[in-house]
Design a protein around this ligand. Structure first.
Ligand code: CP3
Length: 358
């Protein structure tokens, strides 16, 4: 994991690809790389609740490092959860195993919105400690900080837990436009505070997860959601770290996802990366987009699909190899390690030089 003294995360392949600069090989990491696909994670987490683990600097540090050690990925992602800033602010949320975040008192009225507590940055000392330790341990490997985007957080607060259609969320958005805007504005402030804390403690890039934004029409997204996601990025001010913005099922939203202030647009498996590059335009890099379910298939299929993604990504300004969504818990970790090796092998600079037509 440790690198030559001269190497720095700011000059890593991940940061360079995000900026559209030449890389030594395509950087790879996996959304949800830290977690239940790893036996060492399950062992360490045994007996500790998810949201307690997320506030323990020793556990955060170790769990974040596990996939970097095991797979040789090109970035670590801070072990936490998108609901953590709300939990730290005092909202009663539990993460139920196999279910996801469950909110004790869902937001149903304008008064509920006004009653949501703000996040006091002084309560993020545990995070600062963990990030500083991680940055010291990671050497030249960048740490990605992250936060949940206001819309996706609002779906949990309003529905009270995970939902498929997010109908209650949309109904609130249409019926209570002012309270909606106030809710998303509040959420953008807490997500921004959470991101700033990670960057100020040393994270080298950030990713904003708007996982469920794909349920919206482009018009609703542009008018009622995008300004609040942009506010999260704007809250980073002049901090010079690349910004990745990701959602699932966002094929129709890809140009807008970029417009919210991203250097890199994360793409799920539905849109091939050459088409995604066309939709996003020349000024942004792409991240993605192997279907996580492919990793459950035979090795030949895995290799064919990895090659296809790498090939289609050549249309992009820069490419960070990832899945189209998070690692499925039943994934064999050995396959993840294999994918890292294969992407590196396929894209090493010397391979580029000998690939006809480049
Ligand atoms: O490795 C990483 O990517 C870093 C850690 C991370 C977690 N959650 C840990 C986690 C990250 C980046 C997240 C983000 C997150 N959390 C998102 C956005 C990404 C996405 O998947 O779209 C969302 C929507 C959540 C909310 C959430 N938290 C869900 C839907 C779940 C899954 C429920 C389940 O048990 O399957 C969680 C729980 C969660 N977050 C786990 C982990 C490792 C599993 C908890 C456990 O191990 O007991």
């Amino acid at each position: 994991m440790s690198a030559p003294a001269s190497a720095s995360p700011a000059d890593s392949d991940l940061v360079r690809a995000a900026r559209g600069l030449p890389v030594s090989r395509t950087p790879v990491w996996f959304m949800r790389q830290a977690g239940r696909s790893l036996p060492e994670y399950r062992e360490l987490r045994a007996g500790t609740k998810m949201l307690d683990a997320c506030q323990d600097p020793d556990l955060i540090t170790e769990i974040t490092l596990q996939p970097v050690r095991r797979h040789g990925v090109d970035a670590a992602i801070f072990f936490s959860d998108i609901v953590l800033p709300l939990v730290v602010a005092g909202v009663d949320i539990e993460i139920k195993p196999g279910v996801g975040p469950v909110v004790a008192s869902p937001v149903r009225t304008v008064a509920d919105v006004d009653a949501l507590p703000d996040l006091d940055p002084d309560r993020l000392g545990f995070l600062e400690t963990a990030v500083r330790r991680l940055v010291a341990e990671l050497g030249a490997t960048p740490l990605i900080g992250f936060a949940g985007a206001p819309f996706t957080l609002a779906t949990y607060l309003i529905e009270g837990g995970p939902s498929k259609e997010h109908a209650g969320t949309k109904a609130f958005m249409y019926a209570e436009p002012e309270a909606w805007s106030r809710l998303l504005q509040k959420l953008s402030v807490s997500s921004s505070t959470f991101l700033r804390a990670q960057v100020d403690a040393g994270a080298s890039a950030v990713q904003l997860f708007d996982s469920w934004a794909g349920v919206l029409s482009a018009a609703d997204y542009a008018e009622r959601v995008l300004p609040h996601s942009r506010a999260v990025f704007d809250g980073l001010g002049e901090r010079d770290v690349p910004r990745i913005h990701f959602g699932v099922g966002t094929g129709e939203l890809l140009p807008l996802i970029g417009d919210a202030g991203a250097d890199v647009v994360g793409v799920d498996w539905r849109v091939p990366l050459d088409e995604a590059a066309r939709r996003v335009g020349p000024g942004r890099s792409l991240q993605g987009n192997l279907d996580p379910a492919v990793l459950l298939a035979d090795r030949k299929t895995v290799d064919r699909e990895v090659r296809r993604v790498v090939e289609q990504a050549k249309a992009a300004r820069g490419h960070i190899f990832n899945l189209g969504h998070g690692v499925l818990p039943e994934t064999d970790p050995g396959v993840l390690t294999h994918v890292v090796e294969l992407v590196h092998e396929l894209t090493a600079s010397s391979a580029h030089a000998t690939t006809p037509g480049r």
